[in-house]
Design a protein around this ligand. Sequence first.
Ligand SMILES: O=C(O)CCC(=O)C(=O)O
Length: 276
Amino acid sequence: MVTEEQAKFFDKNGYLRYGKVLEPSEVEALIEGLDRVVNIELEGGDDSSVEFSVGHRRTIKETQDEPRVLTQYVNMWKRDRDYEKTVRHPLITGIAKTLLKTPEVRLWHDHIISKPPKDNGHFRFHQDFYGWPLSEPSILSCWIALDDATVENGCMHVVPGSHRDPCFAPEAKKKELAALAKDPTLKTERVKMEERHASFGVPVELSTGECMFHHCLNFHATPQNTTNRQRRAFVIIFIAQGVCFNRAQASHHCLVPIIEVNDGEPLVGSGFPVVS
Ligand SMILES: O=C(O)CCC(=O)C(=O)O
């Protein structure tokens, strides 16, 4: 499933280019499910859960005001059986448990992230953790290519080891926020990283059906898709046992309204199922 060497690589570098996890027929089923959801969204959308409207256009405009940095469809597992099967995929969840060193993994959320030709931009370096209302960085993402992902069409670029760099750790972030509140022009290491082009990172090219994992404190970015092909990925975010709701870190996150536990309590509930 995952070798000791792969687990060590992940610990040291904060990412792992794993390889094939889905068969072509499984990818095809996911693409069909996505097309169906996109059509529903373009015909007015499904508002049966708050996050379904997030991250994408619900109308096709003749001229786009601004290219979207990325196009997103959150919690596909609630909308399509094949996606639900994929978030519980034994190989994927088994690797996630090993890399997170946890007896069980819970789903934080999944999403399709796509860079459609002619409507996408450069997604700058960031660490996922600080965008989520969660208590500790025992979280990882599995990024599955639904199209061949290359440098030209905006594959993932990672900064190896950045997840262990004390400059970018939660304690440093707190101090930095306080310093930036006093002087918003401060050029901290984080600000410098955020301003770098994706090419600063290591590209992780993948073929359709292959995946990579990244730690939630690992800096990553994706460049613009400069081709005429789609670049679609299905991303599953797993949390280790015991991660709690931490509202203050990202109080406006789209999933906050469906969190049923109190602030500070372990995140549980039907919206965040244990998947292995
Ligand atoms: O797929 C992309 O373009 C960005 C993905 C990303 O930032 C993530 O999965 O955390």
